[in-house]
Design a protein around this ligand. Structure first.
Ligand SMILES: CC(C)(COP(=O)([O-])OP(=O)([O-])OC[C@H]1O[C@@H](n2cnc3c(N)ncnc32)[C@H](O)[C@@H]1OP(=O)([O-])[O-])[C@@H](O)C(=O)NCCC(=O)NCCSC(=O)C[C@@](C)(O)CC(=O)[O-]
Ligand SMILES: NC(=O)C1=CN([C@@H]2O[C@H](COP(=O)(O)OP(=O)(O)OC[C@H]3O[C@@H](n4cnc5c(N)ncnc54)[C@H](O)[C@@H]3O)[C@@H](O)[C@H]2O)C=CC1
Length: 429
């Protein structure tokens, strides 16, 4: 897209926003119609996606605006129920844009398949036997998924690990084979599972042991994406808060999260506020991303902050976020869910690596949005002002009443359902 800077987007009606995006040729007529349909996931499709279907469960889909990443503009689709997240991501993306944008990179697309072997009579011999057959095993894995190899991916390497040593278990040590697989643009769970299941009989023969689990690892630490930004303090200030004070407050907030798991969990929840909505909107597996992200936050033996924030030699606030990001642009439900297709069209990414990098940039922005609010006005001011409409609706407000009651709640600084119910009753009288 030419630019993701669309001032006043949030003041437009939903229909105006759609028309504007269509005029920017972000989607075709069919996709525009899908967006317009109240039921954007047809029931028949849903019924074929999971089991025991009785309906669908829609979420609001918003656009994170202003994102400039590696010099390219992105409007980022975000599916989320929580108010102020999309506004906050757009707010920080606007600031970072003025500072030159986000810089991102990734380590590639290598995922891990695990094969657990127990009861090996000679575990060291079993390890040697597997390593001696490394090339043949990789060939067998690739033969189980030739289309992936044709795309330039496939099983690239393997490793043998010995676990359960000194655990005191009556079952003794176990052997675990790690198969490293380049899954190209797919998240790869099914691909990997197919490959490791295919290898199991050969592994049993080589080890004289019994194979139990054959499954991918969601600890995708060879499929990392990293985003960073450097913001001059003057872009962080306002009439009430000096930029240097905001910058230093953010670093203090980071140091709190880095040293205390009680704070780190909340800090990281704020990061996942940005990440999950993009993962969901693009039809990806958010449980896989969540599990990998939190494990990575504990990689040094203690659960800690996913981001780092520091001040560089020029006085800029420098932030960084690196996470496992096992997302795809194909596979799973991506081509099945019409809204996921629209999300991919809007994003216009060419590869899963590019998508992964956008997602960590949004996570970094979201973290700074929350920290900036926390070290200045406090979270309630911005968040609760936007939450007031949900509170009004929860109290029974409908139609034009919603904005009126929401505004009264903000004016009276009492954004709670009890107060909203009183106001709704007064309004109806
Ligand atoms: C909410 C803001 C952005 C207001 O902040 P503000 O200063 O009032 O914003 P503004 O009016 O100056 O607007 C700045 C930009 O923000 C965007 N923006 C502004 N308003 C809207 C809107 N209505 N809809 C869409 N976009 C909006 C928009 O891009 C706008 O630029 P423009 O396009 O106008 O040139 C700010 O207060 C904020 O970022 N607050 C933090 C919100 C947050 O983090 N919410 C998450 C929920 S709390 C939580 O779950 C996590 C937490 C906090 O516990 C994590 C942690 O502890 O670390
Ligand atoms: N622990 C976990 O995370 C588990 C997750 N899952 C689920 O698995 C699904 C993801 O599995 P996948 O193997 O990704 O999906 P998938 O089974 O749909 O496979 C991807 C397909 O896309 C094709 N393809 C087309 N273009 C490609 C390209 N450029 N690069 C790579 N492949 C391309 C492949 O040939 C393959 O047929 C998700 O729905 C996830 O929820 C399943 C089991 C466990």
């Amino acid at each position: 897209m030419k630019t993701s800077r669309i001032p006043g987007f949030y003041n437009m009606t939903v229909e105006k926003r759609r028309e504007l995006l269509a005029s920017m040729q972000l989607f075709n007529d069919e996709q525009l119609n899908n967006l317009r349909k109240a039921e954007s996931l047809p029931l028949g499709t849903a019924d074929n996606m999971i089991e025991n279907v009785i309906g669908t469960f829609p979420l609001p889909l918003g656009l994170g605006l202003n994102f400039l990443i590696n010099g390219k503009d992105y409007a980022v689709p975000m599916a989320i129920e929580e108010p102020s997240v999309v506004a906050s991501a757009s707010y920080i993306a606007k600031i970072v844009r003025d500072a030159g944008g986000f810089t991102t990179e990734s380590t590639g697309r290598v995922m891990i398949g695990q094969i657990q072997v127990v009861g090996c009579p000679d575990i060291e011999g079993a390890k040697k036997a597997i390593l001696a057959e490394r090339d043949a095993l990789l060939n067998d894995a690739n033969a189980a998924y030739p289309s992936l190899v044709a795309r330039g991916g496939g099983a690239e390497d393997l490793e043998v690990r010995l676990l359960n040593e000194g655990s005191g278990s009556k079952y003794g040590k176990m052997l675990v084979v790690h198969v490293y697989i380049n899954t190209c643009d797919a998240m790869g769970a099914n691909i990997i599972n197919t490959m490791v299941e295919a290898l199991a009989p050969s592994i049993e023969q080589l080890t004289n042991g019994k194979v139990y689990l054959r499954i991918l690892s969601n600890y995708a630490d060879r499929c990392l994406a990293k985003a960073s930004c450097a913001i001059p303090p003057e872009l962080l200030g306002s009439d009430d808060f000096a930029g240097e004070a905001v910058r230093d407050g953010v670093v203090h907030a980071y140091e709190f999260a880095a040293s205390d798991p009680y704070r780190a969990v909340t800090h990281n929840k704020g990061i996942m506020n940005g990440i999950d909505p993009v993962v969901i909107a693009t039809g990806n597996d958010w449980r896989a991303v969540e599990a990998g992200a939190h494990a990575y936050a504990a990689r040094y033996g203690k659960y800690s902050s996913m981001t780092t924030w520091a001040v560089d030699d020029n006085g800029n606030l420098v932030g960084e976020l690196e996470l496992p990001m096992s997302v795809g642009t194909v596979g799973g439900s991506i081509r099945v869910h019409p809204m996921a297709q629209i999300a991919h069209t809007i994003l216009g990414v060419a590869s899963a690596e590019e998508l992964a990098q956008i997602i960590v940039a949004v996570g970094l922005a979201q973290n700074l949005g929350a920290l900036k609010a926390l070290v200045t006005d406090g979270i309630q001011k911005g968040h609760m002002a936007l939450h007031s409409r949900s509170v009004a609706m929860a109290a029974g407000a409908t139609g034009e009443m919603i904005d009126i009651i929401a505004e009264q709640l903000i004016q009276e600084k009492e954004i709670r359902v009890g107060k909203a119910k009183e106001l709704v009753e007064e309004y109806i009288k």
